[in-house]
Each structure stands twice: as structure tokens, then as C-alpha cells.
Design a binder for this molecule. Structure first.
Ligand SMILES: CC1=C(CCC(=O)O)c2cc3nc(cc4[nH]c(cc5[nH]c(cc1n2)c(C)c5CCC(=O)O)c(CCC(=O)O)c4C)C(CCC(=O)O)=C3C
Ligand SMILES: [Fe+2]
Length: 339
């Protein structure tokens, strides 16, 4: 009988797949890219025009593809340094190189069992389940496709947390000295519909719960380094959808208004929901929210993202390769007695 998933799960991995969102490479790509992203998702036209403008402001080019190329190169270097001989492939959900083409290439190269890292660190339909569905569709479309195991959510991995702590400490230190001690840590992630949060993870609510845990861990790490406890909170950016659908709040800009009214004068924004400087980071935070802070008289800095920090890259490699170690072989722990 053939296994519908392909080879058995304890067969060693013969490739690593980086799975990401994808983004436009130039002005002509912007509209078709947005159509790919929002097909069947009921996003109002006005919102699409607005998001299109964000891309056009940056020459119609998303930063995400270059970041994925850099991450791929960093993973290759990390694997080589660890003495692991695994080829790395890359495929996207919404733009070239498409996932299905990567799967086709892996099949042509004879790959049978692939560990997959998605560039999304948390649970939710958008950040996890949709990628699993994309994998299932691509595998079904390609004859002799390998089995592809996607790594679980990983934002609480010490390699990610330690990296975000360092980026946050750097941003705190970039504030004027007299404002540093009172600076608030404002963690930012992508808003999603409240219903999507309620459905996320095995028991629901995982998207919010995971972000709160990771934000608390980073805030504690920053306090340990700087010797200073600072208030921290979680806010949201990049709300989309119909105005009638509830999404996670508060929006980062609205919250900055409230903080200014409360007399807060310094803020470090930590984009904890993003593994690299996506369009949401360079537009929604660096362009929009930093302008809001300036208008309000708040000194604000934006902490860096994990990007290609060696600790983060090593964490991704560990997460991908722990799976076959976790899986017990068929004879594991069976009594050896024959009598
Ligand atoms: C949770 C989450 C992440 C984080 C996890 C992850 O990293 O995957 C994420 C990442 C990203 N989202 C991105 C871009 C877009 N997301 C959109 C729309 C939406 N995102 C949603 C959620 C998320 N999105 C949702 C619930 C929608 C509504 C439509 C729907 O229900 O599916 C739209 C349509 C316009 C709009 O509605 O804003 C665009 C253009 C890019 C590329 C950026 C770049 O180019 O650098 C990236 C990395
Ligand atoms: Fe998105």
C-alpha cells in the first residue's frame, strides 16, 4: 500500500524548503500580486488601492524577496558550517518563485522528504494553516512530489527571542539618554480578524496568547540587559478587511495618540510579529507610525527584525531538523526478548 503522504516520516530529510508570502518585484507586478493575495477574501477595493500605494511608494517593489534570498543564503551557510549537506529551495504563496514550481523542481531533483520553514512565526489561519493548505495543493498538483513537513510555530524559540531582545536594546540605546529609562516598549504585530484569532491554535486564541508570551519574554530580556523595567504592551498594524468586521485592536497609531495624551514621551516599537522588514514594517511602522509619533512629540525608535541574525538562522535550522530526531523509529522501546 502506498502512503498518501509519500515516504515514511522517519526517512531523513533530503532538502529544506523556505516557504514565504512573496511580493511584487516592480510596478507592473503590484496589481496582479494584490489580486493573488486577496482572491476570495472580500477585501474592499479602497483598501487595495491604498495598499497598492504603499508598494508604489517603494518603486512597486516589496523588500520581502531580497530578504528571503538573504535568509536562504544564511541558511545555506549555517547548514554548511554545521556540516549538514542539505539543498535549500524557496517558494512563495503569492508571487514568483511560486511554491508549486519549487515542488516541481524538488521532484525533478529526486527529493523525497522535505523539511519546510515558513517565514511566519505564529499560529493562525493566515500565518500557519493557509501555508499547510498551500503545501497540500502544491503536492497534489505535482507528480512524484516529496513529502513536505512544515515546522510548527516558533516565535518562542530562544534563538528568536534573544535576537529580538538585542534589536530592542539597540533601539532603546538609540533614544536620547534622558528619555531611555521611561521609554515604553510597544510590541507590534499584524492585526487579524478577531474571529481568526479565536480559531487559531488547537484550543483557540493562540495568535494573541503567543504574541503576549513572546512580548513578555522579550521585555524581561530587555530588563535583564538594561537593568530597567519598562511597561510593555501589544498593539496592531495593517488592519484590512471590511470596517464592519472586528479586527484585533488597538491600532499602533491610535495607541500612540493615547500614550501621548498620558504624557508618554518615548517609545520603542518592536515589530515582534514579523521575522524581517516586510512592507508592513517599512510602510506601516517606519513611514506611518513614526510620522504619527513625531507629530505627537513622542521620541520613537523602531527595533530591528530578526532577519538573518545567526542565532535566528541557527534556530530555524534546529527547528527544521529536530523533527526526524523526535520521530521514534518503528522498533523504538519495543521489548527485545524473543523467548
Ligand atoms: C497574520 C498575517 C501576517 C503575518 C504572518 C506572515 O508573515 O505571513 C501577514 C503577512 C504578510 N502580509 C503581506 C501582504 C498582504 N497581506 C494582505 C492581507 C491580509 N494579511 C492578513 C494577515 C497576515 N498577513 C490578513 C488576515 C489579511 C486580509 C486578507 C485575508 O484574510 O487573507 C494583503 C492584501 C491587502 C490588505 O488587505 O492589506 C497584502 C498585500 C505580506 C507581504 C509584505 C511585503 O510585501 O513585504 C506579508 C509578509
Ligand atoms: Fe498580510
Amino acid at each position: 500500500m502506498t502512503n498518501p503522504l509519500g515516504p515514511p516520516a522517519d526517512q531523513p530529510y533530503d532538502a529544506l524548503l523556505l516557504l514565504s508570502f512573496g511580493g511584487p518585484e516592480g510596478p507592473d507586478d503590484v496589481v496582479p500580486f494584490l489580486e493573488n493575495v486577496t482572491r476570495g477574501r472580500g477585501i474592499p477595493r479602497e483598501r487595495l488601492v491604498e495598499v497598492g500605494q504603499h508598494y508604489f511608494l517603494f518603486g512597486g517593489r516589496s523588500p520581502i524577496n531580497d530578504q528571503n534570498k538573504a535568509l536562504m543564503a544564511a541558511l545555506e551557510a549555517d547548514l554548511a558550517a554545521a556540516g549538514i549537506d542539505l539543498p535549500v529551495y524557496w517558494g512563495n504563496r503569492n508571487w514568483e518563485p511560486y511554491l508549486v514550481d519549487a515542488v516541481r523542481q524538488m521532484a525533478a531533483d529526486g527529493r523525497r522528504h522535505v523539511a519546510c520553514i515558513a517565514t511566519s512565526a505564529y499560529s493562525s489561519w493566515s500565518s500557519c494553516r493557509q501555508y499547510l493548505d498551500n503545501i497540500a495543493e502544491a503536492v497534489a498538483a505535482v507528480p512524484d512530489a516529496p513529502r513536505i513537513d512544515k515546522v510548527r510555530w516558533f516565535a518562542h524559540h530562544p534563538g528568536f527571542v534573544a535576537t529580538v531582545v538585542d534589536r530592542t536594546v539597540e533601539a532603546v540605546k538609540a533614544l536620547p539618554a534622558q528619555l531611555r529609562d521611561d521609554a515604553r516598549l510597544v510590541f507590534v504585530t499584524h492585526s487579524i480578524p478577531t474571529a481568526m484569532n479565536e480559531e487559531s491554535g488547537p484550543e483557540g486564541g493562540a495568535y494573541l496568547a503567543q504574541h503576549r508570551d513572546v512580548a513578555a519574554a522579550v521585555a524581561a530580556g530587555v530588563a535583564a540587559v538594561t537593568g530597567q523595567q519598562r511597561p510593555h504592551e501589544l498593539v496592531f498594524c495593517s488592519r484590512s478587511g471590511s470596517p464592519r468586521t472586528p479586527w484585533l485592536e488597538p491600532d499602533v497609531n491610535d495607541r500612540l495618540e493615547e500614550l501621548a495624551a498620558d504624557g508618554v514621551r518615548a517609545v520603542v516599537m518592536v515589530p515582534v510579529g514579523f521575522v524581517s522588514d516586510h512592507m508592513e514594517v517599512v510602510y506601516d511602522l517606519d513611514t506611518e507610525a513614526l510620522a504619527t509619533a513625531e507629530k505627537l512629540g513622542i521620541e520613537a525608535r523602531r527595533a530591528g527584525t530578526a532577519g538573518t541574525d545567526p542565532r535566528f538562522v541557527a534556530a530555524l535550522r534546529e527547528l527544521a531538523l529536530e523533527r526526524p530526531i523526535e520521530a521514534c523509529p518503528a522498533h523504538c522501546c519495543l521489548p527485545r526478548t524473543t523467548a
